[in-house]
Ligand binder design. Structure first.
Ligand code: PMP
Length: 366
């Protein structure tokens, strides 16, 4: 007989962790719903990545190269980075988990934004660490608010730039100021999952800052611009000492054969990257303006999604989500991020975006 009450208790803290609930994938009655709930690439994966994935079929009985040698060389060449400083993970989520496991003991803490990405927090708590949240009164990470939370037990500060789900971003100057003010024992992780969708000239990648620093890790993912969310590949660019420490506890085969091959091919598919970016840059302002026109607040976004606030008591976020669902559109409620009156909507294909705009227009008039 199995009984939750008699099963051995997990270690302290585990049952206090709220499980991560991903964007919903299905709606009853719709064979092919429009899934705009997980910031995936509306164009899917590119042709080169698909071909590489198919070609990898002959090798799926072979364990992957845990060091990701080919992908490592390709990423290093693509971004102008030293290959030995790269940490590959099963999505960038695993890179965060590896860093947390490598640096956090019980009683230590991480600092991240009030509305910051949840994955940083879950694995930190699993290490027995505390999560300290910096206030984001303007829906974006603030240097001073982060520094206020940092203490002698802080091991890692996480900033996503741009941020999910708010879509906000920090300038290169802000990131440099934050780094300069942090004690040297704190690692600054700059999560640039949405880097390719930023247009603001004051934004800059932190790869350059990281090159000379002993305590910065910059992460990227193949899940967004490259459309390979289902294959789970992400990486971090770290000081060599951090890479070497994290590599000691990496699962031997943490990235898959098809994932490695498809990601390597995707890096060389400039046309698909451009098409993916152009689609977002074309529709992000159009979606923003259209939805604002219906009287809803839309936060400025630097990612492949927009965050919409439904402040009205009747036309609230739950009602809007239900209405969109009734039209076959799945969006992301973000109550788990402390934003119960908001929905996050991924920029989709032209048809999908028009469907969202039409549905919200009807909803506003309902
Ligand atoms: N960082 C941010 C800010 C994200 O929104 C996401 C995806 N939801 C990730 C990282 C994780 O990406 P991956 O698929 O590489 O684990």
């Amino acid at each position: 007989m199995t009984d939750a009450n008699t099963a051995p208790a997990p270690k302290p803290g585990i049952l206090d962790i709220a499980p991560y609930v991903g964007g919903k994938g299905a709606i009853a009655g719709f064979a092919e719903p429009m899934k705009l709930s997980s910031n995936e690439n509306a164009l899917g994966a590119g042709q080169k990545a698909r071909e590489a994935y198919a070609a990898a079929l002959k090798n799926i009985h072979v364990y992957p190269d845990g060091r990701a040698t080919k992908l490592r060389e390709a990423v290093a060449a693509h971004h102008g980075l030293e290959p030995e400083r790269l940490i590959f993970g099963n999505g960038s989520d695993e890179v965060f988990a590896l860093l947390n496991q490598t640096y956090l003991s019980a009683g230590d803490n991480i600092v991240t934004g009030q509305y910051g990405f949840l994955a940083y927090r879950i694995s930190a708590k699993a290490c027995g660490a505390e999560v300290k949240l910096a206030a984001e009164p303007n829906m974006k990470a603030e240097v001073e608010a982060i520094l206020e939370q940092v203490d002698e037990r802080t091991k890692i500060v996480y900033v996503s730039n741009p941020s999910n789900p708010t879509g906000s971003w920090n300038s290169g100057e802000e990131i440099r100021r934050l780094h300069a003010a942090l004690p040297a024992h704190v690692i600054l992780v700059v999560d640039e999952a949405y880097a390719e969708f930023v247009v603001e000239p004051e934004w800059e990648t932190s790869f350059g800052l990281a090159r000379e620093a002993s305590n910065i890790v910059v992460t990227r993912t193949f899940s967004k611009i490259h459309g390979l969310g289902g294959l789970r590949i992400g990486f971090g660019y770290a000081p060599l000492a951090i890479e070497q420490a994290a590599d000691r506890i990496r699962l031997p085969f943490n990235v898959s054969v098809p994932g490695l091959d498809a990601a390597t091919a995707a890096l060389g598919d400039e046309a698909h990257q451009k098409a993916s970016r152009d689609l977002v840059l074309d529709w992000r302002p159009r979606m923003t303006q259209a939805i604002r026109g219906f009287g809803f607040e839309v936060f400025p976004s630097a990612g492949n999604f927009v965050l919409v606030r439904f402040a009205d008591e009747k036309r609230n976020a739950a009602a809007a989500s239900d209405y969109l669902n009734s039209k076959g559109i799945i969006v992301r409620p973000v109550g788990g991020y402390g934003l119960p009156d908001c929905l996050r909507i991924t920029i989709g294909t032209e048809d999908q975006n028009r469907a969202v705009i039409d549905a919200l227009s009807e909803f506003a008039a309902s």
